[in-house]
Design a protein around this ligand. Structure first.
Ligand SMILES: C[S@@+](CC[C@H](N)C(=O)[O-])C[C@H]1O[C@@H](n2cnc3c(N)ncnc32)[C@H](O)[C@@H]1O
Ligand code: SF4
Ligand code: SF4
Ligand code: SF4
Length: 430
């Protein structure tokens, strides 16, 4: 008699525990060390070689296998099943898809937390307009389908409309302007509508006092909100982002209510990330925190396969700063992968720094590499790097309290099952 996990189930080994990834339902089931070793043995031998299914001393193991069978994760076989793992979809070869163009580092706001350290008259912009135009063509040829014009404040860049026209000519599927919206005119709105541009903006509170205390620009709240309403009235797709820091830490609910009242998608605000001016412990909120990394984890066949070879978020993305630097994400300021003032984009895309960022998997990341959740757990490298005292690219996320070497979460209530004994019945997946 043989026992095998279903073809759509993948067993992943961690330092202490294991996990069964059910690629049919997407659920990731935690199993303890005993269960992991049992299933590993089942894969290699027939059951009679190491188990007596009728014997009392092996009852717990037999019960565990029956339970796995009941929940559709495995099966008994009379004859040895042909070894046939369901083929995983092969992830696309890494290629450019999404492009941020940081048109200027200049901004009429001067937000407390700005990762781009933008503010009035920074005067550090070096990319000639012709180069932005040619980049849109080069990036499209390299595979990019989506572009976001951002800054600083992109509307302070005089040629922004021409770049949108160019992106339209190049047939980008998705064009977005990410702006503080304080400078938007009626004429701009008509232009955005005509060119099918998406708009994103940021609100830090539901009132001027708190919002303006973040932007350090009196009157900015009224201008941003007024523009947001006009943009919506024109039928332009609008996204509202929000970041919580100490100065607006009690505003999360108010912001979500404001978004709901505007009819804009409501998402919980993010917390300030430690980059640029945001790299300041004094800005951190005390009363608001992001959801920590914790189970349950979910995946799908494509993401599972991709997680073995490519970074879950960074792969396919680049940002180009107003000094021409290419970085893998707008927050990854120190991962400079080349400069488009001296190098064609295609060459930067094939360069070792960007490739290595795109290919950073959890198999390389400190602690995660020993964790059974590593092919389902998402990752933000710039956040993990920024939170690390030594600013290491391969540092583990500060938001994860799991210790894969003990199989325990620091907060006891996060995953009660993870604290079970080494006995296989202690961790029957559910
Ligand atoms: C740099 S701004 C550029 C676009 C525009 N000026 C604006 O503020 O909407 C893009 C977004 O990044 C956010 N941001 C800036 N610094 C950040 C940080 N340190 N952590 C998290 N988000 C940040 C801003 O709040 C804004 O939502
Ligand atoms: S977050 Fe946006 S609006 Fe604020 S200073 Fe930075 S670029 Fe300007
Ligand atoms: S962050 Fe790393 S250690 Fe924590 S659960 Fe995810 S993969 Fe595991
Ligand atoms: S890597 Fe992090 S900061 Fe960059 S796009 Fe992904 S989630 Fe956002």
């Amino acid at each position: 008699m043989y026992y095998r996990l279903q073809n759509y189930c993948k067993l992943v080994r961690g330092a202490k525990r294991g996990a069964i990834y059910n690629l049919q339902t997407g659920k990731v089931h935690s199993i303890n060390h005993g269960a992991l070793e049992l299933l590993t043995a089942c894969n290699a031998q027939q059951l009679e070689d190491f188990l007596d299914l009728q014997a009392d001393e092996d009852k717990a193991y037999a019960d565990f296998l029956h339970r796995l069978t009941e929940v559709g994760l495995g099966s008994f076989f009379i004859n040895e099943p042909t070894k046939g793992n369901e083929p995983l979809p092969s992830p696309q070869a890494a290629k450019l898809d999404f492009l941020w163009l940081e048109l200027t580092s200049d901004c009429n706001n001067q937000c407390l937390h700005c990762y781009a350290t933008s503010g009035p008259c920074t005067n550090t912009d070096c990319v000639p307009h012709e180069r932005w135009l040619s980049l849109l063509t080069e990036a499209r040829a390299a595979g990019a389908t989506a572009v976001q014009l951002i800054g600083g404040e992109p509307l302070l860049y005089k040629g922004w409309r021409e770049l949108i026209e160019k992106a339209g000519e190049e047939k980008y599927d998705f064009i977005e302007v990410f702006s503080n919206a304080t400078l938007v005119t009626e004429d701009d709105i008509a232009f955005l509508k005509q060119h099918h541009v998406n708009f994103a903006t940021t609100i830090y509170a539901d009132n001027a006092e708190v919002h303006d205390a973040v932007t350090l620009n009196p009157g900015s709240f009224d201008k941003t909100l007024t523009a947001a309403k006009k943009i919506l009235a024109a039928g332009i797709p609008l996204r509202i982002a929000s970041i919580i820091m100490k100065a607006n830490e009690h505003q999360a609910e108010n912001i979500m209510q404001l978004c709901a009242s505007l009819g804009v998608e409501v998402t919980p605000p993010d917390v300030v990330r430690p980059t640029g001016r945001g790299d300041d412990a004094g800005l951190l909120p005390r009363a608001y925190a992001k959801q920590p990394v914790k189970p349950p984890f979910y995946t799908d066949p494509f993401s599972f396969a991709k997680a073995h070879q490519q970074h879950s978020c960074l792969c396919g993305k680049i940002a180009i700063t107003s000094s021409g630097d290419v970085i893998p994400c707008i927050f990854a300021r120190n991962q400079i992968s080349g400069n488009i003032l001296s190098t064609p984009l295609a060459e930067v895309l094939n360069g070792p720094i960007l490739k290595s960022c795109w290919q950073t998997t959890k198999d390389e990341i400190e602690k995660c590499k020993d964790c059974e959740y590593r092919y389902a757990c998402t990752d933000c490298r710039p956040l993990a790097q920024g939170s690390d005292p030594q600013k290491r690219w391969l540092a583990c996320s500060a938001e994860c309290s799991y210790n894969p070497h003990t199989g325990e979460w620091k907060e006891a209530d996060l995953c009660p099952k993870a604290a079970s004994t080494n006995h296989p019945n202690g961790s029957v997946p559910n």
